[in-house]
Write a protein that binds this ligand. Sequence first.
Ligand code: AMP
Length: 214
Amino acid sequence: MKIIMLGAPGAGKGTQAKKIAEKYGIPHISTGDIFRANIKNGTELGKKAKTYMDQGLLVPDELVVDLVVDRVQQADCEKGYVLDGFPRTIPQAESLDEALAKLGDKVDFAINVEVPDENIINRMGGRRACVGCGATYHVVFNAPKVEDVCDTCGEKLILRDDDKPETVKKRLDVYHEQTQPLIDYYKKAGVLKEVDGTVAMEEVFQAIVQVLGA
Ligand code: AMP
C-alpha cells in the first residue's frame, strides 16, 4: 500500500501518517523529519535545507527527490509506505511517478486532509515539537502528560521556528501556490481521497481507515 498524505502544513497529516504506519505495519517517511534530523546532525544537507525551512520556503526539488526515491526502494518499503510531506510540488510528483513506473509500481492512495486556513493558523501556534525525537504535540488538542516535556523521550518541547506565526503565513502561501495543485494531479490519476481534517484526531483516522478499505 503506497500512500501519500496531502494537506496544508498543520492539517494533521503527520499525526495521521504515523497512525497509518502503525496500523498497517509500513514505514512512515517524513521529508520534514529527515531534514530536521540532518539539521540536528549538522550535515551538509541539513545546512542547505535549514536556510529554506527557516523562511517557510520549500527546499529545492533536487535536494529532496533523490533522497525519497532512494528511501522508497529500501527493503522495509516492500509492503508499502506512507509519505508525509512529499511530494510538495508537481515536478516532485512527476519524478516520483517516473521512478515508481520504472519499478513497475504506482501510488495507490493520495489522502487529502482538508482544513481551512483559519483553523491552521490557530492550530500552529499551539504546536510543540520535541528537541530530542521530533514527536509533535498540541497544547490543547494533543497535550503531553507533563507540560513542555516529551511523553516518549523526556526531552524538552519547543515551538519550532517554522511554526512561528509569520513563518506559518508564508508556509500557507507556499502551500497554496506550489502544493495545492497536487490535489488535481492525484484526482486526475484516480487515487485522490478526501477526508475532513477539522474533526477530532481519532475521527479523522477512522475516516482514513475507511478510505483505505481495511
Ligand atoms: P514539514 O515537517 O513536512 O512541514 O516540513 C518542514 C519544512 O521542510 C517545509 O516547510 C520545507 O521547508 C521542508 N520540506 C519538507 N518536505 C519537503 C519537500 N517535499 N519539498 C521541499 N521542501 C520540503
